[in-house]
Design a protein around this ligand. Structure first.
Ligand SMILES: O=P(O)(O)OC[C@H]1O[C@](O)(COP(=O)(O)O)[C@@H](O)[C@@H]1O
Ligand SMILES: [Mg+2]
Ligand SMILES: [Mg+2]
Length: 335
């Protein structure tokens, strides 16, 4: 039987593809893998522990934090703090970015931005959730103190991005700009193995993912696009199928494998949309483009947007190129 290579072997083997390869990025990816295992274990037995339910405080987004949001945030921060590959981190669950100023971090070249637990509304009801991460080289010089500019870089500066999906199986999917690969966790062995090599969006998609409960609040362009996908047209396989889990990672993963579009547009209740540019949209946009798809805010390429705030939100149109271009057409024609 063909032996699946482990994530560790793959990271080392592909280190050469990375211009600055000295092993720090490989070590950083391994740290994320380690923290992911710890969070995965907690999620798998969440119902048997005190980890379900709300933590009793609000995060900077004004959302009630789930205990698992806090736990996952702590696990990733402490794992990365103890391993020295990064000089700072920003998270959905932290108001401001965190500088690691211990000596072992001073010369570290990378920073991480992350959504420790994505799909929080699904935690207590056992529906798939995830972790999203985005990695940049710092702009400030090693030895200097980390500053806001290090975190407010456009998405096209990312050196790596990915997610861990805690679903029927746990899969870590990432890119360093050389394609997208997925690794399934084997709990019996305790390792991630290459299971989804060189993931590409299929040529055509037939799935649309949007919270139609917000339909009345959507811009005209989105309303017309949704009506269009629901019309009958055998030639291009409409009506499309509606699939929406409430977890970005789960909807994105399905749509990347099967072909589809995920939309979180602006709305009268969320004038800038809901998803956060730095640790939700940028990493998914990097993966999307590496997998042959397209990702915009309805008009502009997500990866070209210049961030101004850590937790800023942007409208998000992501998926098969032709599907996103069709949605953009409706947005342009109905401005
Ligand atoms: O419930 P809504 O408004 O449709 O929003 C669902 C979206 O919000 C999110 O839950 C936001 O992420 P967090 O759970 O990390 O806050 C996405 O995963 C999901 O796609
Ligand atoms: Mg999220
Ligand atoms: Mg989250």
């Amino acid at each position: 039987m063909e032996r699946h290579i482990t994530l560790g072997e793959f990271i080392i083997e592909n280190q050469k593809d990375f211009p600055y390869a000295k092993g720090e990025l490989s070590a950083l990816l391994s740290s994320i893998r380690l923290a992911g295992k710890v969070v995965n274990q907690a999620i798998n037995k969440a119902g048997l522990s005190e980890i379900l339910g709300k933590a009793g405080n609000e995060n900077v987004q004004g959302e009630d934090q789930a205990k698992l949001d806090v736990m996952a945030n702590d696990v990733f921060i402490e794992t990365l703090r103890n391993r020295g590959e990064i000089c700072g981190i920003a998270s959905e669950e932290l108001e401001d970015y965190l500088i690691f100023d211990e000596d072992m971090h001073k010369d570290a070249k990378y920073i991480v931005l992350m959504d420790p637990l994505d799909g929080s509304s699904n935690i207590d009801v056992d529906i798939t959730v995830g972790t999203i991460f985005s990695i940049y080289r710092r702009i400030s010089k090693p030895g200097e103190s980390v500053n806001k500019e290090d975190f407010l870089q456009p998405g096209e500066n990312q050196v790596a991005a990915g997610y861990i999906i805690y679903g029927t199986s746990t899969i870590l999917v990432y890119t360093t700009g050389n394609g997208v690969n997925g690794f399934t966790f084997d709990p019996g062995i305790g390792s991630f193995f290459l299971s989804h090599p060189e993931i590409k969006f299929p040529d055509h998609g037939k799935i649309y993912s949007v919270n139609e409960g917000n339909y009345v609040h959507f811009p005209t362009g989105v309303k017309k696009y949704i009506k269009w996908v629901q019309e009958i047209d055998e030639k291009d396989g409409r009506p499309y199928t509606s699939r929406y889990t409430g977890s970005l990672v789960a909807d994105f993963h399905r749509n990347m494998l099967l072909g589809g579009i995920y939309l979180y547009p602006t709305g009268t209740t969320s004038p800038k949309g809901k998803l956060r540019l730095l640790y939700e949209c940028n990493p998914m946009a990097f993966l999307t483009e590496q997998a042959g798809g397209k990702c915009t805010d309805g008009f502009t390429r997500i990866l070209e947007l210049k961030p101004t705030e850590l937790h800023e939100r942007v409208p998000f149109f992501c998926g098969n190129k032709e599907m996103v271009e069709k949605a953009e057409e409706f947005m342009r024609d109905n401005q």
